[in-house]
Design a protein around this ligand. Sequence first.
Ligand code: NAD
Length: 370
Amino acid sequence: MSSNKNLLILPGDGIGPEVMGQVRRVIDWMDKRRAVTFDVSEDLVGGAAIDAHGTPLHDKTMDQAMNADAVLLGAVGGPKWDELPFEQKPERGLLRLRKEMQLYANLRPAIVFDALVEASTLKPEIVQGLDILIVRELTGGVYFGEPRGVEELPDGQRRGVNTQVYTTNEIRRVAAVAFELARKRGNKLTSLEKANVMESGVLWRQEVTKLHKESYADVDLEHMYADNGAMQLVRNPKQFDVMVTDNLFGDILSDEAAMLTGSLGMLPSASLGDIDETGRRKSLYEPVHGSAPDIAGQALANPLATLLSFAMSLRYTYDLAEDAELIEKAVQKVLADGKRTADIMSPGATRLSTGQMGDALLAELDAMAA
Ligand code: NAD
């Protein structure tokens, strides 16, 4: 039996606990069938933590997250906590995790599963077989830069200010993650900025080019202006493999890429930080979707985004690429067999509840591992 792997699960609110329940079943399956044992602990985040402790993330939970090999989060938020002041909202729990774990690289894969090609608003031939990965810088740039604020001008007008700011180190560390990922995939990296109009974009391009020469000359690197990237993503998204960009452009481009796939219930993500002295990279995995209060408690939630987020943790934290692939292939097969939760339902398919989707996935895993 291989050594234990430490995982902190934070199901959160709304459909979070429902989808996470299906991940727990896959973890049990891996223990029994793959001899991969996880040391799982579970705690509260978001509204659930507010109800229990009066804070969206207890210090004890933060400590656990800092010491875990990986954190797997469901979703936070819901109408019950909407009226709370900004600083006390469920989302603050998630923001605290990202900030204190210093998760500077946000990985957003956009994969179009063959069976769901019709879910995209783009023509099937444009998106069929799409498999790209956007790496977004997550802790710097215009969302955090100083000075910021709204000020009164002498003539009575008001002026809003935000500052785009990047240091060489911030650019290099996220670019290094992207180069490493490109090496494990199609060996192509597209770096996006606005070097034509922004000094921070010029610096971004220079630093990525320098790092490429120094350490990643074997990777095929191209530079592209972010606005052109936005167009290319809908014109011919399959030209890309890995894309790396700053916080603001990444926010927009990753959502655009997500919608190429057409289904929120299918989208995983990972956020990675630095490698510490023990060789462990801080990491948080979560589905892209929110807590979906409109369907919570009705067994309607699609658990696949969270299961695919767990698969990402197998690949990037636990070095279990084979097991990650097993889960991803099982997802593809289940979809190819016409099994669907309500959100991805199509004519002629079989509609499943959250738990039945878990059943179907486990049956497929059983068949594949037999
Ligand atoms: P949402 O992603 O929760 O839901 C948007 C729509 O997609 C809803 O109709 C929902 O039913 C559907 N949907 C989402 N995930 C689904 C799934 N797995 N299966 C089936 N259908 C699914 O976004 P929202 O409605 O804007 O936000 C609801 C709450 O979630 C808010 O409180 C918001 O702040 C929070 N939120 C949290 C996160 C997070 O935790 N990372 C992200 C986004 C929104």
